[in-house]
Design a protein around this ligand. Structure first.
Ligand SMILES: Nc1ncnc2c1ncn2[C@@H]1O[C@H](COP(=O)(O)OP(=O)(O)O)[C@@H](O)[C@H]1O
Ligand SMILES: [Mg+2]
Length: 267
């Protein structure tokens, strides 16, 4: 077990969890919409500093799990522990959630940046409000966050002046502003061309390596899953059907639903 590496340039974030510790532990998560049960009884763990790639057919419950972890949806049943704090229990968020909330960032496929604000404003708004940073402090932090995603020259660009890949990298930089321990990425490269998607995924990989940020990523990019993931989680009809290393999942797993899914995505 090694300590999480210090950031390269200035203290962009402080991370208490050590790589290899359990960061997230969810037990017995259930969620229904109407009479459809979307999460059936999901147990899900993540270690600090790990990349977990979540795969599975559309409608299988992947986004619902991420949204539950991000606090955007409350499960009907179950318990969530984050960094040793119980944050959801007995059908509600606990007091500890408020502190933990700011350490979890979530990025979506689209609508990630406010279109009418420049990148600087997009990045500094939440930390100024929630952390009480001065404008100068927030801008300093924005510069460091943008540097981490290779976007330093876009501090004053408008989202409309950015390409799709740049927009997603700016969205990652915005998430970094809150010093996350966990980044939840829901199909953030699905609308991008493969080379651009690869650049964005490369940024995530660096954040894991250099900053020790844990990342849960829903993607159909099987090449990334097999190269970069520490764990691969396969959702099938509201349940985690496979939770394995990439090698186990892709080369040694005989789950027929996973095989069918992987074949369908690859071609
Ligand atoms: N807020 C909601 N209200 C009603 N149904 C929802 C809501 N969110 C998700 N669902 C339904 O739950 C199912 C699973 O959704 P989701 O977790 O988004 O799956 P995935 O991300 O794997 O495609 C979908 O069929 C969707 O229609
Ligand atoms: Mg989804």
């Amino acid at each position: 077990m090694s300590d999480v590496q210090a950031p390269r340039t200035g203290a962009v974030r402080t991370i208490s969890a050590t790589t290899g510790d359990v960061l997230v532990s969810a037990r017995g998560l259930q969620k229904s919409f109407g009479d459809r049960q979307i999460l059936k009884n999901v147990d899900f763990d993540m270690l600090a500093g790990d990349i977990t790639v979540i795969i599975g057919k559309s409608g299988s419950g992947k986004s619902t799990l991420l949204r539950a972890l991000a606090g955007l949806t409350d499960p009907d049943e179950g318990r969530i522990v984050f960094d040793n704090e119980v944050v959801f229990e007995d059908q509600e968020r606990t007091e500890a959630w408020e502190e933990v909330d700011s350490h979890i960032g979530m990025i979506f496929q689209s609508y990630t940046l406010w279109p009418h604000m420049d990148v600087a404003k997009n990045l500094t708004l939440a930390p100024r409000k929630k952390l009480g940073l001065s404008e100068a402090e927030a801008i300093e932090r924005a510069k460091r966050s943008l540097a981490e995603v290779g976007m330093s020259h876009h501090l004053h660009s408008k989202p409309s002046q950015l390409s799709g890949g740049e927009r997603q990298r700016a969205a990652i930089a915005r998430a970094l502003m809150m010093q996350p321990k966990l980044l939840l990425c829901d199909e953030i490269t699905s609308a991008l061309d493969p080379p651009v998607a690869a650049e964005v995924l490369g940024v995530l990989r660096r954040l894991k390596q250099d900053e020790g940020i844990a990342i849960a990523l829903v993607t159909h990019d099987m090449a990334f899953a097999s190269k970069a993931a520490d764990r691969v989680v396969f959702f099938h009809e509201g349940e985690i059907a496979v939770n394995a290393t990439p090698d186990e999942a892709f080369n040694r797993c005989d789950n027929p639903d996973l095989k069918k899914f992987v074949d369908a995505v690859r071609f």
